[in-house]
Write a protein that binds this ligand. Structure first.
Ligand SMILES: NC(=O)c1ccc[n+]([C@@H]2O[C@H](COP(=O)([O-])OP(=O)(O)OC[C@H]3O[C@@H](n4cnc5c(N)ncnc54)[C@H](O)[C@@H]3O)[C@@H](O)[C@H]2O)c1
Length: 354
């Protein structure tokens, strides 16, 4: 008999052609719950009935709903996975928390405004609901092994974390989360950034800049540098960790997925990561196993809202720096999404997509 009853909000389409306008992430979460003997998926809700039906059929889910509130009212759920687009994350998470579920695992990015991110974390915290976000790459061998190298002093003291990415928000949410993971979850103290946003780039309904160059500093003195869009090649890697005595590259262009250059060495040493790359396989399974383990045994999942807030704060601080034309000191004392605001006020005028 399963211990935890699991429900889904947002089942997605069956992912035939996965892409940034619809991955059907719920299907990947479901595979992960199915692998855990103490979890049973008992219900799902999607406003598109066809999507809910396909999901229920694929995973043998007994009950489906077209409104999440009906599901939350009728089912006594322990865990809810929220797999909709970002602007719906906060209201749906808050509805699930108010309904009394014990844990909510939500897709990234947290929410579409900084105020909504803080509110969803607050409303879960004060009801004793565990809130986690699917920054699953933390569980991948290249990232785990890089952290182990760092922790055993392979590159001396960490000085700087760099990343190249498509954008700061949609995919960047993973990059910032990982940067914080490498720096032991220490919060940032300030951020400064410039962006270019000339062509509308809506990913899962949310504006994302075309190019950004960002610098931030953590409270332990470590610097962060990000270059996105056509400037991502400056870094040329998913992450680069620069230490006093060497460097670690994760996902460098035209290179093995993990390599380290130790003090005084001219050549890179390749670290074997088996068949694991930047995106998997198995990372979502491990992420959800960690979420369920924390619920089962107590303690905090690595994917907790506290960590997600630390990463998301830097994203919105970068865009706030663009709005203020200045360095932004943290904690970030805004509520909105500065990029949305700049577009709404006509200060940024991205050309609409044809
Ligand atoms: N962790 C990762 O690596 C990763 C990868 C891709 C996407 N994502 C994130 O996953 C999230 C979902 O993306 P997706 O590709 O699965 O989306 P999708 O479009 O495949 O699925 C979203 C589903 O939500 C449903 N929906 C919309 N409003 C709803 C509501 N009010 N109640 C219930 N259902 C509703 C839609 O009908 C749709 O079926 C996004 O936030 C995205 O950024 C994460």
């Amino acid at each position: 008999m399963a211990t935890f009853k699991v429900g889904f909000i947002g089942t997605g389409k069956k992912p035939v052609h996965a892409g940034p306008q619809g991955y059907g992430m719920a299907h990947q979460h479901a595979v992960a719950y199915k692998a855990l003997p103490d979890c049973e998926i008992v219900a799902c809700a999607d406003i598109v009935e066809e999507n809910a039906k396909a999901f229920a059929e694929a995973f043998g889910v007994p009950r489906l709903y077209t409104h999440h509130k009906a599901m939350l009212e009728k089912e006594e759920l322990d865990i809810v996975s929220v797999c909709t687009w970002p602007h719906l994350h906060a209201p749906l998470v808050i509805d699930a928390a108010v309904a009394g579920v014990r844990a909510i695992h939500c897709e990234k990015p947290m929410a579409d405004t900084w105020g909504a991110c803080r509110l969803m974390a607050q409303e879960c915290e004060r009801r004793g609901v565990r809130l986690t976000f699917n920054h699953q790459r933390r569980f991948g061998a290249p990232f785990r092994k890089a952290k182990a190298l760092l922790d055993t002093g392979a590159i001396g003291e960490l000085v700087r974390i760099e990343f190249g990415a498509g954008n700061l928000y949609d995919y960047g949410s993973h990059n910032f989360d990982l940067a914080n993971y490498f720096n032991n979850e220490i919060t940032a103290s300030w951020a400064i950034c410039q962006i270019d946003y000339r062509d509308e780039n809506l990913v899962f309904g949310a504006h994302n800049e075309n190019q950004a160059f960002a610098l931030w500093q953590y409270r332990n003195g470590v610097f962060g540098v990000a270059s996105t869009g056509m400037g991502a090649g400056l870094i040329g890697a998913h992450h680069r960790l620069v230490g006093t005595e060497g460097m670690i590259d994760i996902g460098a262009v035209n290179a093995p997925v993990l390599r380290v250059r130790r003090f005084g060495e001219r050549d890179w040493e390749v670290i074997d990561c088996g068949n694991e790359g930047l995106h998997g396989p198995g990372y979502i399974e491990r992420a959800i196993a960690d979420v369920v383990k924390a619920l089962r045994e107590g303690g905090e999942s690595e994917l907790c809202a506290r960590h997600a807030l630390n990463a998301t704060e830097i994203i919105f601080a970068c865009w706030e720096s663009v709005r203020r034309r200045a360095r932004v000191e943290l904690p970030l004392m805004i509520q909105d999404n500065p990029l949305n605001d700049l577009v709404a006020r006509g200060e940024l005028t991205p050309k609409p997509r044809g």
